[in-house]
Design a protein around this ligand. Structure first.
Ligand code: NAD
Length: 485
């Protein structure tokens, strides 16, 4: 690994050297990339938002050739990657060919989570770019990426160029250029670029998607989504390999850094990229009231944290409002530090009915009246739960991963690849849901001024049809029975 100022601090944090070097830096300037805040960087976001790129091939609805066995390589074996290794090993027709982490210890730990036989899971580790060698293997169909954010798009592009489908953790990209690169590479190589937005597979989200498809809400006027999750002081993780990347992100960029948990599910409900499109957005951030206080508190116990006092932290709460070409609005919020119960909002407001998942229990109301009671909700679920839930919910809950939605997502992806079906969340979704990050940064830095949202489909959204939730095709991938408990 090349040692530069930035990753030196990362190593120092991971090994405890940081604590021995009190004069390493008076501020966290050493740790974050100042250029990200510069007027030049912000101007570039604006320029990129209005740049046009022609479509080479329409990947929406594209069905790649069937794969009997999906040979998978997984990169980034931290908490998310280790879970993915385990979940994927439960699915029939999956072979985990290779796994990669910069740190070998992480890869060894992840390998031990494989629950079924016949997965070679050859380890690639030791270098910052060990993943390149792995992606060049010829016996891989899908590269599954669970690294820190800044590697999602670079690995995705490289792997597609090596002839592999890719599945990228959220957000799929950090910049507008990366979003376009993913789109153009997927179109050129005809390889799927799937965004791993697991919240699209949560049970209430799928119920409301099917209700929307059946016209239950009438015309949808407004939706809300969010990632409100108190990660709090653990953003300052130390002593755990590679963990400080989240802290760095929260210093370098001020906006909605994690828009897709909220936007993915409501985006599908509003048929974005498939008959509807986002037009423009505005974004506003509060100041930081939490993170600098955490840094001050932590530094009372350990000098290491002094370098993070007075860093340019992201505002704690970001609210972005998007307007669609049909004149609907979407509110997307992001807050990882305020002490409050977890919420992704998931609110749908239509001309006939409304739904709201958080902050209390999921609710649906018809017209102006009361929320439906438990019995009425049950009846609605029985009638409108889509076939994916009916078929897979028991096993998904048993295997788990955020209550089962992670497994539903993985199973559905593998089933689509094995049956040669279009994927549910394609490269246009990956780009459109992720691009809210950099666009929100620009708007926040410009007193919440509006900015256009690029149309990554280049007008194809007018003809693209919504993804299939009927499970009339496929659905034949089994869950393995030879699981080691
Ligand atoms: N969808 C969800 O619900 C969900 C939940 C948690 C995390 N995530 C996403 O998963 C990703 C990983 O998050 P995490 O919490 O597991 O982080 P983590 O820090 O626990 O794991 C990241 C891993 O990537 C490895 N890594 C770093 N640089 C690498 C390189 N150059 N080559 C190979 N490996 C490298 C690290 O060593 C580490 O093991 C992030 O994108 C995050 O947003 C998604």
């Amino acid at each position: 690994m090349q040692i530069n100022r930035r990753n030196f601090l990362r190593i120092a944090g991971a090994t405890g050297i940081g604590a021995m070097l009190p004069n390493i830096s008076k501020s966290a300037e050493f740790f974050f990339d100042k250029d990200q805040h510069s007027p030049k960087a912000l101007k570039n976001i604006y320029r990129q938002a209005y740049k046009k790129h022609p479509q080479k091939f329409n990947m929406c609805g594209y069905a790649a050739p069937k794969l009997d066995t999906v040979r998978i390589a997984i990169v980034g074996l931290g908490s998310r990657g280790g879970g993915a290794v385990q979940r994927l090993s439960y699915i029939d027709g999956v072979k985990i060919v290779a796994i990669c982490d910069e740190l070998e210890s992480q890869a060894i730990k992840a390998k031990s989570r494989i629950k079924t036989p016949e997965h070679p899971a050859v380890i690639y580790a030791g270098k910052e770019d060990s993943w390149k060698e792995m992606c060049r293997r010829e016996d891989i169909d899908l590269v599954y990426v669970t690294t820190p954010w800044e590697l999602h798009a670079p690995i995705g592009v490289y792997a597609m160029k090596q002839g592999k489908h890719v599945a990228l953790e959220i957000p799929a990209a950090k910049t507008i250029e990366e979003c376009w690169e993913l789109v153009q590479t997927s179109e050129k190589t005809k390889k799927h670029c799937v965004i791993l937005e697991n919240c699209c597979y949560d049970f209430f989200e799928l119920l409301t998607l099917n209700l929307a498809r059946n016209g239950f809400f009438g015309e949808i006027i407004h939706t809300e989504g969010a990632y409100i999750h108190t990660i709090g002081k653990s953003l300052f993780f130390r002593g755990k390999p590679g963990r400080s990347w989240r802290l760095k992100e929260n210093m370098e960029r001020n906006g909605n850094l994690y828009p897709t948990h909220g936007l993915g599910p409501v985006g599908q409900i509003m048929n974005l990229n498939r008959g509807n499109q986002m037009d423009y957005m505005v974004s506003m951030s509060s100041n930081d009231f939490m993170m600098n206080e955490f840094a001050k508190e932590l530094s009372k116990e350990e000098d290491y944290f002094k370098q993070f006092i007075d860093a340019p932290y992201r505002g704690n709460m970001n609210s972005s409002i998007i307007r669609t070409v049909k004149g609907q609005t979407i509110l997307i919020q992001h807050d990882v530090t305020t002490p409050r119960p977890y919420s992704r909002l998931h609110t749908i407001s239509g001309t006939k009915a409304t739904a709201q998942k958080y902050p209390l229990i999921p609710r649906i109301a018809i017209g102006e009246g009361e929320w439906l009671d438990e019995k009425e909700m049950k009846e609605l679920e029985e009638k409108y739960n889509p076939p994916l839930i009916k078929k897979m919910q028991d096993i998904a809950k048993e295997i788990g991963g955020h209550g089962g939605m992670d497994f539903l997502m993985d199973w559905r992806l593998i089933d689509c690849l094995r049956n040669g079906l279009p994927v549910d969340m394609d490269v246009y979704d990956a780009a459109a849901w992720s691009v809210i990050g950099p666009l929100s940064e620009w708007s926040v830095a410009n007193r919440s001024a509006p900015i256009d949202i690029p149309d990554f489909t280049n007008g194809s959204w007018k003809k693209n049809i919504p993804h299939d939730i009927s499970l009339q095709h496929g659905g034949n991938t089994r869950v393995r029975e030879d699981i080691e408990k």
